[in-house]
Structure formats: C-alpha cells, structure tokens
Design a protein around this ligand. Structure first.
Ligand code: HEC
Length: 161
C-alpha cells in the first residue's frame, strides 16, 4: 500500500530556491505530493522519533552538568521543527508490524493533533528560553516538554516493556 503525503521539506526547499532566485514560487510544484511505501514511511518516522529522543536526552545532560543552555538553541529549534512536521507523517492507516502507533492516532485524530500542537508550542518556548540563555527557565520547560512526550505516548503509542 502506498500513501500520498505532502512533503513539507520539499515545499520549503522549493520556496527557498525560488526566494533565492528572486522568483515567485510555483504553487503547483509546492503542492506536489510524493508517493511513499508504508514500510519506508514508518521506518523514517521512527528514525525521526529516535533522533528527537537523542537530541532531547542530550539536553538533559547539559542541564544536569550545569552547562550553558544558550548553546542548545539550535538543537531546541530543530526539535521544534520535528514537532511541527511530525503529525504529517501519520497519514490514515500508516501502520505495519514495526509501528508502535495505536489506532487512537487515527480514531481520535483531534486529540492526537491537539497534543502534537502542544508539543510544537512547548518546544518553541524551549527554543526561545535557550536563545535567551535562561538556565532555570530552560530546565523547567524541558520537564514540561517531557510531560508532553508522556501524555501523547500514554494514549497514542503502544506500551513498552
Ligand atoms: C503527539 C504525540 C507524540 C509526542 C508529543 C511524542 N511522541 Fe514519541 N511517539 C509517538 C508515537 C505515535 C510513536 C510510535 C510511532 C510508530 O512506531 O509508528 C512514538 C514513538 C517514539 C519513539 C520510538 C520508540 C517506540 O517505542 O516506538 C521514541 C524514542 C519517542 N517516541 C520519543 C519521544 C520523545 C522523547 C518525545 C518528546 C520529546 C516524544 N516522543 C513526543 C507519539 C508522540
């Protein structure tokens, strides 16, 4: 089975190239969809989750060792970029044996998207606090983001052993 999903990265790069060339972006090109097999989509999605977890976990290392959070601004912005694009990687029925997504991702679409929105907003704030060099604020917000991971996993991801 294959899915047609809009690829934000593609659209963004089309827009960026057009801006660089000082031309109007071609809306048809930006809306073009690619076709992706379920197995590849799930593998890519899961790799993204693992990378985000690695990024997020390493932030905690900096917090614990009392390092400068200002240096985490790029990482936090990147996490926010993932939070923004991640819900688009769950087109209807995109599951296989390797996926840990629960049917609730699609059955309770509104709830899933609302939690993803919270994730996006909270990581945006995390990035702002990092850029501002707010050590204490960043540490507190990191915990808030972690709660968002758990909130979503409790309802939308299979339990892990
Ligand atoms: C809006 C919901 C949502 C949020 C927020 C979210 N996740 Fe997930 N996460 C999922 C779903 C659903 C999967 C399963 C995806 C699949 O296997 O198809 C998943 C999978 C993962 C995986 C892969 C391992 C596994 O057991 O499937 C890791 C690691 C992970 N998430 C970490 C995180 C971390 C860390 C955060 C927060 C910084 C986070 N996630 C935020 C929904 C979410």
């Amino acid at each position: 089975m294959t899915y047609h999903i809009p690829v934000l990265v593609l659209a963004a790069s089309v827009a960026a190239t057009a801006a660089w060339a000082n031309e109007e972006p071609d809306p048809a090109a930006a809306e073009e969809a690619v076709t992706m097999e379920t197995d590849k989509l799930v593998a890519g999605r899961r790799a993204g989750f693992w990378m985000s977890a690695g990024l997020f976990g390493s932030m905690n290392g900096v917090i614990k060792s009392g390092g400068e959070v200002k240096g985490l601004a790029f990482a936090a912005r990147t996490l926010n970029g993932w939070a923004t694009t991640m819900p688009g990687l769950f087109p209807e029925g995109s599951v296989n044996d390797r996926s840990n997504a629960l049917p609730a991702v699609w059955d309770d679409r509104e709830g899933f998207l609302a939690t993803a929105k919270l994730y996006q907003e909270r990581t945006a704030k995390l990035a702002e606090l990092a850029a501002a060099g707010d050590q204490e604020g960043f540490a507190t917000q990191w915990t808030v983001v972690r709660q968002t991971c758990s909130t979503c996993h409790d309802t939308y991801r299979k339990k892990r052993d």
